[in-house]
Ligand binder design. Structure first.
Ligand code: SER
Length: 560
């Protein structure tokens, strides 16, 4: 079944069951939600309605919502993790509850009009109980259990799972934010067959049984003291990962071998002149090289797709918060593209990024606002921003990678010291994740704990260094009176031609500072060092810009 057909069936099914669509929203979390940077689940934008506020489209709603979770970015590269994914979900806002939710989920999964999955291959978790100080606070979910039995589910396929079940699984859903609506889950799982593990129906633990649909019965909220209290209404919040479901329905080995990624794979193959390693059921049969290439492909596929979506939602790469997440995704994707095809030239990269962007717009045309195939200008802008960020990264990398390789070459132990890693980060802005990956390729370990110590010491020091040197110890008014805030033009260009010098002066310690009307240089932010680069005056004199700090909107360039 094609993924487009899954979308159509979902719309048809929910419409038949009297649901109205809740328009999918941006990946960026609503501004009033201070707990997350992104929408991490389909219900995230709906928290106010799950808490009792009437929804304009009624009390039965559904949609397919794009979501992003970046807490497990390091796991991307395996067969089922993605940073951005789509969540098909329906919500009852105080209308139907547990029984109807489970009956309808079963119908959609097994009825031949819809997904037509084999009922014998489906199992489900039910909520164990939760007790505190010997008192049962949330009881065993007998109703879910009985409902599943009444649907004909094999009793051996029903598994009581506590709130937390080992490292892999929990059976209670909390959105980020401790006091928000929450509740027990019933998670439908699908049996992928004997090739994937023993037939023990140990769902949540045994990877043979893959989670396909979470039904959350949201009837609690956590109060400020951490106690569970009843919400004013009993809600249902379900979520089905589009990519995982497609994988099951297309009997694909992994989410990346579905029609959601197929054509993107060819683009990467064309660009890198490599092949996505032959699909082998058991990854242990793959060589080290095949495994590494597979991982790089998956990272590229995921990160470029997610970056295009983030850019289309108006996020721009930068050094903090969600902007830094985007920067990291783009830079990591480039790193792996380069790993597969180090000899690419600028034109090839340009074409690849444009083709990939076009392809994503084609694949998701009008599914989400801003993804509109006919909007050529928007597409161009996204490709342009991706290339611009890569270009910026190249400047950083060239210097950092040279230094790192030199360090690795001369290293006398099997571990790269935390100080070396920190130096690379601090001096060249070289991302620590990349240091780790390059070191790993050379079979060198990284002393990450020591690096973190050095980092935290530097954060403390940064507070009393360059910025404070200027802001505390110096008479600001003397230097900056009447100076207009600087226009930051990094988004458009990395070069500023003929800028006007608004001010130049020397600090007491002899440090020369220049202020221009506009600049492409990043300023130091918190513990991150600002950009460095070159300044060429009309008479041809060359200066080095060693650091940039921002004060009241004015960018101060430290010039040597
Ligand atoms: N919020 C639940 C989840 O993300 C169900 O949608 O799993």
């Amino acid at each position: 079944m094609k993924s487009s057909q899954i979308r159509t069936l979902w719309n048809q099914f929910r419409t038949e069951k009297n649901h109205k669509t809740a328009k999918p929203v941006s990946l960026v979390a609503p501004s009033e939600d201070k707990t997350v940077l992104f929408n991490v689940a389909g219900m995230q934008p709906l928290v106010p309605y799950l808490s009792g506020k009437p929804h304009p489209n009624g009390d039965r709603i559904y949609n397919i919502q794009k979501c992003i979770r970046t807490n497990d970015i390091e796991d991307i590269g395996d067969e089922r993790h993605l940073s951005m994914f789509e969540m098909m979900g329906n919500r009852s806002l105080g209308d139907y509850f547990k029984k109807e939710s489970l009956i309808r989920s079963w119908e959609f999964l097994t009825n031949e009009k819809y997904l037509n999955l084999d009922p014998n291959k489906i199992g489900c978790s039910v909520f164990w109980w939760y007790e505190k100080d010997g008192e049962v606070i949330i009881p065993y979910d007998q109703e879910a259990h009985d409902t599943l039995l009444s649907l004909g589910m094999n009793p051996k396929h029903i598994k009581a799972i506590p709130m937390f079940h080992g490292e892999k699984c929990d059976n209670f859903w909390w959105p980020a934010g401790a006091i928000w609506p929450c509740g027990p889950c019933a998670e439908f799982h699908y049996d992928r067959g004997d090739d994937y593990g023993p037939n023990d129906w140990n769902i949540g633990i045994n990877d043979r049984f893959i989670e396909i649909w979470n039904n959350v019965f949201m009837e609690f909220y956590k109060d400020e003291k951490g106690e569970y209290a009843a919400l004013s209404q009993q809600n249902v919040d379900t979520g089905m990962g589009m990519e995982r479901l497609t994988m099951v329905l297309q009997e694909a080995e992994t989410i990346f071998e579905t029609d959601l990624f197929f054509s993107s794979i060819s683009l990467v193959e064309n660009f890198t002149s490599t092949s996505y390693p032959a699909l082998k059921k058991n990854e242990s049969l793959m060589s080290e090289v095949e495994l590494a290439v597979t991982k790089s492909y998956r990272i590229i596929l995921d990160h470029v797709r997610a970056s295009i979506f983030l850019l289309s939602d108006g996020v721009v790469p930068s050094n903090e918060g969600r902007w830094y997440v985007l920067r990291r995704l783009i830079r990591r994707a480039w790193f792996h593209l380069n790993k597969l095809h180090a000899d690419h030239n600028e034109k090839e990269l340009h074409n690849f990024i444009h083709d990939f962007t076009n392809h994503i717009f084609e694949l998701f045309d009008k599914q989400y606002s801003w993804i509109d195939q006919s909007d050529t200008q928007h597409k161009e802008e996204i490709a342009h921003r991706l290339l611009q960020e890569i270009d910026k990264f190249l400047h950083t990398l060239q210097k950092g990678e040279k230094q790192l390789k030199k360090t690795i070459q001369w290293i006398t132990s099997d571990t790269l010291s935390g100080d070396d890693v920190f130096l690379l980060y601090d001096t060249f802005g070289f991302p620590v994740e990349l240091t780790q990956e390059i070191a790993q390729d050379a079979w060198i370990k990284v002393d990450i704990l020591w690096y973190e110590k050095a980092m935290s010491a530097a954060k403390k020091k940064a507070k009393s260094s360059s910025k404070d040197k200027f802001t505390r110890g110096v008479d600001r008014a003397k230097y900056l009176e009447g100076v207009q805030p600087t226009e930051f033009i990094w988004y458009d260009t990395l070069e500023s031609l003929n800028p006007t010098i608004l001010k130049q002066f020397q600090l007491d310690d002899g440090q020369r500072i220049m202020v221009f009307d506009r600049t492409p240089f990043y300023a130091t932010w918190w513990w991150q060092t600002g950009d460095n680069g070159t300044l060429e005056l009309d008479d041809g004199t060359l200066y080095t810009i060693t650091n940039v700090i921002k004060y009241s909107g004015v960018f101060l360039h430290f010039v040597e």
